[in-house]
Write a protein that binds this ligand. Structure first.
Ligand SMILES: [Zn+2]
Length: 352
């Protein structure tokens, strides 16, 4: 492909689920009042007038759209019409924060309809998800792949399971390998988690190294650890550096872990995406640029944004992706936003 070819961006990490798909009482029972009485947020932003609250309001506004289609329409403002988006659902009904108004089957079906939408469907790459302890979860995931042509699997382990949960190891990963489906897994210290799980327990199932048994058992499975370890670890890497007398501190850093695992050559189908993390801290882009100078890293980093989680930040998706493209340069940007996603999705073989 020549340089002058138009760029076909794939944003490998967005969400379109709405308030109806999130537990009533997450993250706090008070949230239930806000959901029932949305004007309370207006009252609060009027009374407090903080920039942060304004951004929370924008985040809430997107999440409270009445359909996934309406959420998708918002992100379409920020990208060329040729852009495609990997849409990642979440099953949060069993994580201990109360019921959800629309269950995972409804969420999947609405996403399937969106992928078939006459106006926007061509831009949607739908993924399915599973909560391994859910009765019928395996069948539900297989259903969306076999009947609706879903293109991959989304996992979010800190909702309450380990990456090597027996249901995943015995049923789901073999199914993904057979159907050539990639896996996207949440990998940062932030985000949603199972009620009552402290940070140690969350980290135990989320750390890059927790994926080792999976990557060893299924070396052909293409697994993307999202967020490149997360903003907290990027900032520790960049701002604090590492104590020379505590080598363990470097090993515990998830950015370091991911880059070590990828460049070790031991995990040929391990990937990472830069969603949220890079998108919200422009200070981190130069370090990303440095990582991309390593040929192994350059082949394994995916462009993604984590819309609409990024609604909590001041810069728009458009401003951020243009800044990223400008700093990385056209070649590196094309590599992570077009070439790599096509390989990860199984659309083109590596090195073609
Ligand atoms: Zn996400």
């Amino acid at each position: 492909m020549s340089k002058s070819d138009p760029l076909h961006i794939v944003n490998c990490h967005i969400h379109t689920f709405t308030t109806d798909h999130t537990p009533w009482f997450f993250p706090h029972p008070l949230i239930f009042a806000l959901r029932r009485l949305p004007f309370l947020i207006d009252l609060l932003t009027w009374a407090v007038r903080s920039e942060w609250l304004e951004r929370m309001k924008a985040f809430h506004r997107t999440g409270s759209r009445d359909s996934q289609r309406a959420v998708l329409r918002e992100i379409l403002h920020y990208y060329p019409r040729s852009t495609r988006f990997v849409v990642l659902p979440m099953d949060m009904a069993l994580i201990g924060h109360g019921p959800v108004s629309k269950d995972i089957t409804e969420q999947h079906d609405e996403l399937a309809a969106l992928a078939g939408d006459a106006d926007y469907g061509a831009q949607v790459i739908p993924f399915g998800t599973i909560y391994p302890d859910r009765d019928g979860g395996v069948e539900e995931f297989k259903r969306v792949v076999e009947e609706h042509g879903f293109r991959g699997l989304k996992l979010y382990t800190k909702l309450g399971y380990a990456p090597d949960h027996p249901v995943l190891m015995n049923e789901i990963y073999p199914f993904c390998v057979k159907h050539n489906l990639p896996v996207m897994a949440h990998c940062s210290r932030g985000g949603v988690y199972h009620k009552g799980w402290g940070s140690i327990r969350q980290d135990r199932v989320t750390a890059p190294i927790a994926w080792e048994p999976v990557l060893k058992a299924f070396p052909e499975l293409r697994v993307c650890l999202a967020h490149f370890g997360g903003a907290e670890d990027w900032l520790a890497h960049l701002r604090d550096g590492f104590d020379p007398d505590r080598p363990a501190a470097r090993d515990d850093n998830w950015v370091h872990q991911i880059s070590q695992m990828i460049t070790s050559g031991d995990y040929p189908n391990l990937w990472t995406d830069i969603s949220y993390t890079i998108f919200t801290y422009q200070d981190t882009i130069p370090l990303l640029k440095l990582f991309l100078q390593d040929p192994d890293m350059r082949r394994r980093v995916l462009f993604g944004s984590d819309f609409y989680m990024t609604r909590q930040e001041a810069l728009s998706e458009k401003a951020m992706s243009i800044r990223l493209r400008e700093t990385l340069g056209e070649d590196a940007f094309r590599q992570i936003a077009e070439t790599n996603p096509q390989v990860w999705l199984g659309e083109t073989p590596e090195g073609s």
